[in-house]
Structures are given as structure tokens and as C-alpha cells.
Design a protein around this ligand. Sequence first.
Ligand code: PLP
Length: 389
Amino acid sequence: MTLNLSARHAWVMQSEIRNMSIECDRVGGVNLSQGVCDTEAPVEVRRGAQQAIDDGINIYTRYDGLAVLRQAIADKQHRFTGMTVDSEREIVVSAGATGALYCACLALLNPGDEVIVFEPYYGYHISTLVATQAVPVYVRLSPPDWTFSYEALEKARSPRTRAMIVNTPANPSGKVFTREELDVIAGFAEKYDLFVLTDEIYEHFIYDGRAHIAPATLPGMRERTITISGLSKTFSITGWRIGYCLCDARWSQAIGYFNDLVYVCAPAPLQMGVAAGLHALDRAYYEGLSRLYAAKRDRVCDALMQAGLQPNIPQGAYYVLADLSRLPGENSKQRAMHLLHATGVACVPGSAFYHDAAGEDLARFCFAKEDDILEEACQKIQNLRVFPG
Ligand code: PLP
């Protein structure tokens, strides 16, 4: 038999996170490797979906989502960013932010187009580009503030550059792009006429008085920006698969057609649940999220510090990158495995976030966990003290 898997399949495997999870289960450890929030979904969201199921909301929705949800998304975007979005023509509800990005890449990029991605990156961004035959080109962010230079952007650009991906707040670094940095990105995107695909899924997880700035709100950016976000994290409903993109009507129809092709539509009653939540929950809910997760961040960073695994304090999102270089092992996989066997806590090796060896000293810990689970993990981590900090 000469049958074989496609060449792209090797690129889209999330093998490291999966391997850590399997080994974590085997040793009965606490899994801080996966970005799955196990906190409770708001009652308004759950009731909304239950009601929709009871009301028989069972059939396909319009390819770009139910009108009531599109309107609720437009209203929320206006409330938080000041953007005016036409809910009939400028929103595509998809199967999570992941689905929205995939459809946007299918609709806007040609095979061989280069896309600038900041590194450390979220693996799905790279896999999505590769699966759609675009080519990622990396611009390194430097700790502790994960900054970049305009020169680095210029160096990464070629005549084939067509787009950039901006993830703010970012997974895994927790970076929140500042106004000045977004100005630089906007100037660069305008100069070379690039699309900016954003991933703002952590827009409500932001700490220490920082503010999330939607790149589309910068001068000259509205038309070229595909604003991507969703409710997986904000409402703790990662399995519901509700996300969306907001963009100029020139792009949204083609993105919507690909959404129709790949997913047909997002789950109808769950769209209703999310719409109910968006209507019912006020600013206090979103501000409460930041406070809740800031406390979790502080707890896990404290435990890492006590263990001598220097954390890079995240400005947003719900991951922390820590320095594992003082643990035995030749690379980040071995060090992460050592940590799992020594403490019973699983993390993601830093190599998952870099295209070269730059992540070998790092590991990512997710703190989107219920307090008792997080506390158990923190106790285990701080008891390590192999190399007291
Ligand atoms: N974008 C980033 C940066 C993420 O970290 C994640 C989940 O970990 C997602 C998107 C997934 O979003 P969704 O569930 O809406 O597809």
C-alpha cells in the first residue's frame, strides 16, 4: 500500500501537551498543562441554553450566527471598546475563536503567503497557518516585558508578507500589548498593507490596572483588522464552541462562507445561552473575573518563586511562564517531566512555544483552576525546594 498521511499532518499535532496530560493521568498528578478553565459557567448562560433546548431551538442557524447573538456581541464590543459593528454584515459567529481564525485564514490568505507571528506563540496559530498553507515568520518577544522592536518587524517582512497575528493578552507569555506597541504594529501594517488577525480571547483576563486595547480601534486599523474573540474563557464554556470574528463586510462574507463549509453553524441553543449571558451580565462580572484570576496568578507565582522556578509575572491571560533551568534535564521536555515526577504537577515544556531552542529553559503553567485544585498544585510545587530560590 502506498497510502500515506498528508505532509501537513505532522505540523498540527499538539503532541507535547497531550503527552504531559497522559503522563499526568498515569501518575495521578495535578494537570496545569492544559488551558481548560474548570471554573463554573455563569447561571445566566446555563439557563439561557437550557431554555433554548426546551424551546426547541434545534435547527441550523444562519451561517454567521443567530441575529440575537450577533446583536449581543455588537453591543458588548461597543460597550467595552467603543467600536461600532454592524451586526448584520460584520460579525461571523463560529466554532470558537479557533474556528473563526481558521475560516479567516481560508478566506484571506493564499498558499505561500507569509504571516508574522510573535514568539512565544500559541501553537494553534501556527498549526492553523500551516494547515491553510500560509507560512509563519517569527518575531521574538523579549522578557520580562515581552517587547519587540520595529526593526524586528522590518526584518521579518518580505514581499510575500500578507498578514500579522496579534494575540493580546497573549498565551503563553501573558503579555498585554501597550498602546505604543499597537501604534507601531498599526504603522507597520499600514505601510505594507497587511491584514491584522487578532486573538483577543483573553480580553477580560487582565491584571494590575492594565486595559485591553482592541487593535481595530487604532486609527487606520478598522478595515484591515479581523478581530477574533469568543466566550470560551470569559464564560468558562470551552466545550460549547462559541467564538466569532468582527471585520469589515468586504471580508466577513467570505469568512462566513468558509464557516458554513467547515462548521455549518455554531450549536444553536448554545448561541442562545451565550446571547442571554451577554445581555444579563454587567461590567461587574467582567471586572470580577480579572480580580479572581489575579489572585490565582499571585498564588501560583508565589509557589513557583518558593520552589526556585522563577516565574515571569503575566500581565494578562491565565498562564505563567517559569524558568525551569535549575531542574535536571537536557531540554524543556525532560525538565517538565522531572517536575511532574518530583512534584505531581504537569506543565507544558517551553519548546511548544518556540520554533527554535529558545524555550528550552521554560515551562508554562495554567492557573485557570478551581481554588482547591490550584492550592493542591501550589503546595506540591513549593514543596519541591530542590533548589530553593
Ligand atoms: N486563542 C488562544 C490564545 C487560546 O489560548 C485558546 C485556548 O487555549 C483559544 C484561542 C481557544 O479559543 P476557543 O475555545 O474560542 O476556540
